[in-house]
Design a binder for this molecule. Structure first.
Ligand code: PLP
Length: 497
């Protein structure tokens, strides 16, 4: 590692990235390459001799950029945002620059202590109950992703109960979510050794806006208990992946607590919004949950990866995840006065992610973070209003945050000659045909939009409806990008109808 050569090459790369951001709108948002494109373009084996950074960067431009889907483009509206920022990026640079491996306190005290501090800061910004903060005997940890956070908390909950009932009873443990809960719960349950038969995706419905209904949860739990099973873990979601449905925390926690169930709250995307007082009510009831996580790398300007997890009882995590090999033993750990984050996560080695969160919090301040989030919500609201002016579209779910879900209205499909084949003889059949045609047209519309490269949106299937998801949150977005996306949607619908 030669520091002067690093400086020279580093400047080149920074210039390259700055130009990339400047020009990101010029690229088709969704990559247009075909599978296997890259192997055809790159040599079969690694170079024997070193190559200059200039040549490598040329290849990045020529061969890598075409295969990139531009998540930082202001015309990116797919999945959920992965909003980078100057501060997030520069924090990542510092993290990579120091390149420390902060598995325990002594391996880099600042890495652990800064993480303790920023997690308390952020917890206070979210108005989490004190019991989730270090200052209240709980605590926060930065994980890579929500998948890891859920796996760790589920493992903690599992071991907590197995210590009481015996490991031989693992086959009786039941995990609960809804049919809208992210697939990471099912994966975590699988990895944690929960019998696949004991995974419950409780059904939701359009009439309750696809949230997990406490009565349905209770009925499912009762039926499991009757069958001799043991309820273990509930994952409630604030802002589900499909349509940002919000599970009602208060009554769900009430039900769960009656049965001694660990409640995890997954607010991967929407958690950020809760730093704004007008959105904080979505977390009401969190006092009775056991753990809470949100992805600062989604809609909080902290470049991937940065999942913030808080737990009320860090000991439950530590008991499930700690290892104590001799080579890691040290005075500070033995004193029990420090946090050793290796015991709060799956891996041993860990990055100094807290730096980037610290930079984000300090560089923007609570005031600007709230303003960014609010501006995205306002843009989503505007898009929703535009949809409302065109009868050919239907908004399929309430918009709580910055995601708008819509589809081609089924009634339009029946009026449209192209689809009217006189197939339906009665009302039930007519509705079924309309729904089917709406799904086909919406899917077709989405593919056309994305193939145009002018905007990128994604889809979900909710209650049998194929819907387009328009998620606002790219850091570079401005009002005119929303107007442009709206024109793209309208023009492509004109073309297919
Ligand atoms: N939970 C929800 C509600 C999500 O929307 C997502 C991703 O979009 C996840 C979990 C998974 O997040 P990660 O990729 O960080 O594991």
């Amino acid at each position: 590692l030669d520091s002067e050569e690093f400086r020279r090459q580093g400047h080149l790369i920074i210039d390259f990235i700055a130009d990339y951001y400047k020009n990101v709108e010029k690229y088709p948002v969704r990559s247009q390459v075909e599978p296997g494109y890259l192997r055809k373009r790159l040599p079969e084996s690694a170079p024997y001799n070193p190559e200059p950074i200039e040549t490598i960067l040329q290849d990045v431009e020529e061969h890598i950029v075409p295969g990139i889907t531009h998540w930082q483009s202001p015309n990116y509206f797919a999945y959920f945002p992965s909003s980078g920022s100057n501060a997030g990026f520069l924090g990542e640079m510092l993290c990579s620059g120091f390149n420390v491996v902060g598995f325990n306190w002594v391996s880099s005290p600042a890495a652990t202590e800064l993480e303790n501090i920023v997690m308390d800061w952020l917890g206070e910004m979210l108005k989490l109950p004190k019991s989730f903060l270090f200052s209240g005997n709980g605590g926060g940890v930065i994980q890579g992703t929500t998948c890891e956070a859920i796996l760790c908390t589920l493992t903690a909950a599992r071991d907590q109960i197995l210590r009481k009932i015996g490991r031989e009873n693992i086959g009786k443990l039941v995990v609960y979510g809804s049919d809208q809960t992210h697939s990471s719960l099912q994966k975590a349950a699988h990895i944690a050794g929960i019998d696949p038969k004991n995974f419950r995706a409780v059904k939701t419905s359009k009439s309750s806006s696809f949230c997990l209904y406490p009565d349905s949860l209770q009925a499912t739990i009762e039926s499991d208990i009757e069958d001799g099973l043991i309820p273990l873990f509930l994952c409630a979601t604030i802002g589900t992946t499909g349509i940002t449905a919000v599970d009602p925390l208060q009554p769900l926690c009430d039900v769960a607590k009656r049965y001694g169930i660990w409640v995890h709250i997954d607010a991967a995307y929407a958690g950020s919004a809760c730093i704004c007082p007008e959105f904080r009510h979505f977390l009401d009831g969190i006092e009775n949950a056991d753990s809470f996580s949100f992805n600062a790398h989604k809609w909080f300007f902290s470049n991937l990866d940065c999942c913030c997890l808080w737990v009320k009882n860090p000991n439950a995590l530590i008991q499930a995840l700690s290892t104590d090999p001799e080579f890691l033993r040290n005075k500070a750990s033995d004193s029990k006065k420090v946090v050793d984050y290796k015991d709060w996560q799956i891996t041993l080695s860990r990055r100094f992610r807290a730096l980037k969160l610290w930079l984000v919090l300090r560089s923007y301040g609570v005031v600007n973070l709230r303003n960014f989030l609010r501006s995205h919500v306002k843009m989503a609201k505007h898009f929703e209003e535009l949809l409302g002016t065109d009868k050919r579209f239907e908004i399929v779910a309430p918009r709580y945050f910055s995601l708008v879900c819509f589809r081609v209205s089924p009634s339009v499909m029946f009026k449209n000659n192209k689809y009217e084949n006189g197939k339906a003889d009665n009302d039930v059949e007519k509705i079924a045909v309309e729904e089917e045609k709406s799904n086909e047209a919406t899917k077709n519309l989405l593919e056309k939009i994305n193939a145009s490269g002018k905007a990128y949106m994604s889809h979900a299937i909710i209650g049998g409806m194929y819907v387009i998801r328009f998620a606002v949150g790219a850091s570079l977005i401005e009002d005119h990008h929303v107007m442009r996306a709206w024109k793209v949607v309208q023009q492509h619908l004109d073309a297919i109808l």
